[in-house]
Design a protein around this ligand. Structure first.
Ligand SMILES: Cc1cc2nc3c(=O)[nH]c(=O)nc-3n(C[C@H](O)[C@H](O)[C@H](O)COP(=O)(O)O)c2cc1C
Length: 484
């Protein structure tokens, strides 16, 4: 077994990498109340925008910082996933093919390693001395229910009956100076741990990591199998076990180089009003509601701590790019595993929160190939939850380019023939359209759009009126200054 990295998941090391890549910009004197959130939101919608490191935040000492937009470019995401430098979506998706399965298989070999000390222990505060307002947790958007100190965070919990440690990304709202609200959707692993404790009438120990290398929240924000610890999965990506320290009160493990960690308990009966907060699809689908409150009894932080922020909003948002890449790779694997041949590329579009508008390009091999690909894209395990539109295009269309995709939909479909509707499919109570569902349960219809040239007219279908790829390349090379 390899030795643990010295203090793995150190955000500051990754910030150096991002800086060297030209992918990081420092921003001074923004206000934590709405301004920081709006700057980040506008930044992420800009082509080629950097990660933002906010310092000298209004009302806070220099050095108390917030990082946003950390995962929203191919270069940043590939460096976080330790894949080397990649400059395009397609390259990332192709490289990631098969990797999630590989990481999952390797994970059991990478138990985290417990160390005694780490930078996270530079400052330790106990109950009585704790005031969460000392950290510049942003009030992200006008309609939010409060300040969210946890968005790009890792919430660490333990199963009541086994040793299973789970790490999930669940939003964390500040209630007052020493308690926070935790929003865990029923069925999420943290929620299962919580419910078991409540049923047994026991306090629920929680550790919340509010800042670390964003690889941490990237992985705690995806579906890692029930019973598996995300630290193991991260270790498999790093090729080294994650180094962790244990909380003084709960014994729960957290990265030894974490920036800011809150430790405490959710007590039976202590649920408070949490939210509202936007969702990944760009809406506030629910109202403020009752959620577990966590009483914070220890705070650990590095000197000059950095909060990692990753708030949801109308896409493209802070984390929609990373979701699009990860889900596209999983969809690609699922299509191939289901036996669909000649899949060229897949893209789970950010506009659909990487769930609701997915596109696959294929090289048509036989009659019915396109429908087969479309229905599997709509219904495979990775996609079924909240998939709405699944589009199949020919290999000359880049599935990540909406302009091209919609051109194919506009020009290669006969709506009557080429749109299949699946009724009573898997929906969600978080779907903004759930308000208009015609069902008593979270069911929804789904469309499969076959935007490929009709297979029976493949040879006679009109030719595309544009310069050939070879001519385009030649002219681009010669007229570089004009055309780039
Ligand atoms: C930035 C971000 C914020 C998220 N916020 C929440 C949340 O507030 N509540 C929730 O249940 N899931 C949230 N998720 C989704 C979960 O993190 C995801 O479903 C993950 O698989 C949960 O971990 P678990 O499978 O161990 O329960 C969020 C994901 C990301 C990336």
């Amino acid at each position: 077994m390899t030795q643990p990295l010295a203090h793995s998941l150190d955000l500051r090391q990754w910030l150096e990498t991002a800086r060297d890549l030209g992918e990081l910009q420092e921003v001074c004197k923004a206000h934590w109340h709405l301004e920081l959130g709006a700057i980040s939101e506008l930044n992420v919608k800009k082509e080629g925008s950097p990660a933002l490191l906010f310092d000298e935040i209004m009302d806070y000492p220099k050095g108390y910082r917030v990082l946003t937009c950390s995962t929203s470019s191919p270069a940043r995401l590939s460096s976080l996933l330790r894949l080397g430098h990649m400059g395009s979506h397609a390259q990332l998706v192709q490289t990631l093919r098969g990797m999630p399965k590989h990481w999952q298989t390797q994970a059991p070999q990478f138990d985290p390693v417990v160390v005694e000390k780490g930078p996270v222990f530079e400052n330790i505060q106990s109950a009585g001395a704790i005031n969460l307002n000392q950290f510049p947790a942003p009030f992200w958007h006008e309609k939010d229910g409060g300040r969210y100190i946890g968005t790009g965070c890792m919430v660490v919990t333990r199963d009541l009956d086994t040793d299973w440690i789970n790490v999930g990304t669940y939003r964390v709202m500040m209630h007052d100076q020493s308690s926070v609200g935790l929003d865990m959707i029923p069925g999420k692993h943290g929620a299962i741990h919580y419910e078991k404790h409540m049923k047994a009438g026991k306090p629920f120990p929680v550790v919340i990591v509010c800042g670390a290398d964003p690889l941490g929240y990237l992985i705690s924000g995806i579906e890692v199998p029930y019973g598996m610890c995300e630290y193991n999965y991260i270790g498999a990506i790093l090729g080294q076990p994650v180094s962790v320290v244990r909380g003084e009160l709960t014994g729960l493990p957290f990265p030894s180089a974490a920036e800011l960690v809150l430790e405490g308990w959710a007590y039976p009966g202590d649920e408070r009003i949490e939210g509202p907060f936007g969702e990944f699809h760009g809406y506030y689908p629910g109202k403020a509601a009752s959620a577990p409150a966590v009483k914070i009894e220890r705070v650990y932080f590095r000197n000059n701590p950095i909060i990692v922020g990753s708030p949801p909003a109308k896409p493209p948002n802070d984390y929609s790019y990373s979701k699009a890449v990860m889900r596209s790779a999983l969809l690609m694997d699922a299509l191939l595993a289901a036996g669909v041949p000649d899949v060229q590329n897949v893209w789970a579009h950010e506009i659909g929160g990487a769930r609701m508008f997915n596109v696959v390009s294929i090289k048509q091999r036989y009659a019915g190939h396109a429908r087969q690909a479309g229905h599997i894209l709509s219904q495979c395990g990775v996609a079924a939850y909240m998939s709405r539109y699944s589009v199949v295009v020919d290999e000359d269309i880049d599935p990540s380019n909406l302009q091209e995709v919609m051109w194919a939909v506009a020009t290669r479909t006969d709506p009557d023939l080429d749109i299949d509707i699946i009724k009573r499919g898997m929906g969600s109570k978080n779907d903004p359209m759930s308000i208009a569902y015609a069902y008593q349960a979270p069911l929804t219809s789904k469309a499969v759009i076959d935007a490929c040239r009709p297979y029976d007219f493949l040879t006679t279908f009109p030719a595309v009126a544009e310069a050939s790829k070879a001519l385009q390349a030649e002219v681009r090379a010669k007229w570089k200054t004009l055309l780039t």
